[in-house]
Ligand binder design. Structure first.
Ligand code: PEP
Ligand code: MG
Length: 453
């Protein structure tokens, strides 16, 4: 309603100011609304809709705000002023907690903050498995409040910059010059290891309300590369801004949600034209490599062909699960079908990584799978050596990789590829991990097949 009123009077959206600390309870919380929130006072989110890979959940993790999503019927039961505890480690919310529960959580939050304050923060750079396979750990970044975390958690640069969040904060298109300044800032934060800027991934659950007419089926609609190819002026502005910013630091471009070789060729032609235009005009530009996100099944099937014409792959595991299994990643009604460890997903990852290796190009695996220690072990087992994740996950992932050997990881991953169902994979992972690395994966740390989604 507020958005409609703002649009009717032609004003720019204003940041919503919270006057005191609050838990934000809502039916649905759009990523654009999260980006606009006053993060000093928003202490936690609890939403009826959403799944663990929906963009609101990703952004909440990125800015370090506890969130429990997919509660279905919580909003209706609450009113402003109610006391609510959001326990994102147990994935629970408690409405009207008793005095004893409140006291317990007060102590728990203080001691947790002390424990995590310095945990694993001193290590930086790549990590090696016990048998010497080196894995690069990069950061996924959405908003400037995450910038300092890149260095704090020892990331090797920025593996995924979700550039569309530039637009979320503004609620409108951003000019070429403003974008250039933003990309220069990212290049600076990323340092020598550089940053991968993803072209605007608009549509789907991502900011569609500001930039597009409603679509009947947005996940399959004018999203990501399709949106920028259709709105060529938008793409050209962004590409120019990246090429110019790359004169000051190391940047790469990644094309989101390409379906096939023709999407890549069309995008590359535009990038090449803009390179030539800028050089022709005597502007200084950087050497920018161009990669493809592999996150839809057709791109997986065509991975060997795509690998021959791009500089690198970036596997988006969130969308790979969504599109391989045809399960909406933001719809809690189908969360039981969102199975990250489905054999079909593992085969897609395996096939894409092999295609990249055969073509001699690197692959970064991003998406929430790369932030989750148990899943990371399987990724390493499938041959992944470059991961990008929410910065605060880096210490946990670093510890997991340092404690495993790649040969055992490979054998377990091969067994998983031979499973018939996601339940079978999850049970197998549980069994093998507890046997092989009991200190690293005590039983309570691994989800049972029923809980794992
Ligand atoms: C993915 O799909 O895994 C990904 C990294 O991109 P996003 O989550 O922004 O769709
Ligand atoms: Mg994606």
């Amino acid at each position: 309603m507020r958005r409609v009123l703002v649009a009717l009077v032609g004003a720019q959206p204003q940041n919503r100011k919270l006057l005191e600390d609050a838990v934000i309870v809502s039916q649905d919380l759009l990523p654009s609304a999260v980006a606009e929130l006053d993060l000093d006072h928003a202490k936690a989110f609890a939403t009826d809709s959403g799944g663990w890979t929906s963009h609101t959940a990703i952004l909440a993790r990125g800015v370090g705000i506890p969130a429990v999503v997919g509660l279905r019927d919580f909003y209706r039961r609450t009113k402003t002023g109610d006391k609510v505890i959001v326990d994102s480690t147990r994935n629970e919310v408690i409405l009207h907690p008793s005095a004893a529960t409140l006291a317990y959580y007060r102590t728990e939050t203080t001691s947790r903050a002390k424990r995590s304050g310095t945990m694993g923060l001193r290590e930086t750079g790549p990590v090696s498995t016990e048998d010497g396979v080196e894995v690069t750990l990069r950061a996924n970044v959405e908003v400037p409040s995450e910038f300092e975390a890149v260095e704090r958690y020892g990331a090797s640069g920025v593996g995924l910059y979700r550039s569309e969040f530039l637009l979320a904060r503004r609620g409108a298109m951003v000019s070429e010059d403003e974008q250039r300044v933003a990309y220069e800032a990212i290049a600076k934060v990323a340092g020598e290891q550089g940053a991968v800027i993803r072209l605007f991934d608009l549509g789907g659950d991502n900011l569609r309300e500001q930039f597009q007419e409603p679509e009947k089926n947005p996940a399959l609609g004018l999203r990501a590369i399709r949106f920028v190819l259709r709105n060529e002026v938008v793409m050209r502005d962004q590409v120019r801004a990246i090429l110019l910013a790359a004169a000051t630091g190391s940047l790469k471009i990644v094309l989101p949600m390409v379906a096939d070789v023709s999407d890549v060729r069309r995008a590359q032609a535009i990038i090449q034209e803009e390179r030539a235009n800028l050089s022709g005009a005597g502007r200084k530009i950087g050497d920018v490599k161009v990669g493809a996100m592999i996150e839809v099944p057709s791109a997986v099937f065509m991975a060997d062909k795509i690998a021959r014409i791009v500089d690198f792959f970036e596997l988006g595991t969130n969308d790979l699960v969504q599109y391989t299994l045809a399960v909406d990643r933001g719809n809690d009604e189908v969360a039981d079908w969102f199975r990250t460890l489905h054999p079909a997903v593992l085969h897609s990852i395996d096939h894409s990584l092999k295609a990249a290796r055969t073509a001699g190009i690197p692959s970064i695996v991003c998406g929430e799978m790369a932030s989750t220690p148990a899943y990371v072990v399987l990724l390493v087992g499938l041959g992944a050596t470059d991961l990008s994740m929410t910065p605060s996950s880096i210490p946990r992932v670093r510890r997991a990789i340092a404690g495993i050997d790649s040969e055992n990881a490979r054998l377990i991953a091969q067994e998983c590829l031979n499973c018939d169902t996601a339940d079978e994979v999850e049970n197998l992972v549980r069994e093998r991990f507890i046997q092989t690395w009991p200190q690293l994966f005590p039983p309570a740390s691994l989800p049972t097949a029923k809980q794992a989604k």
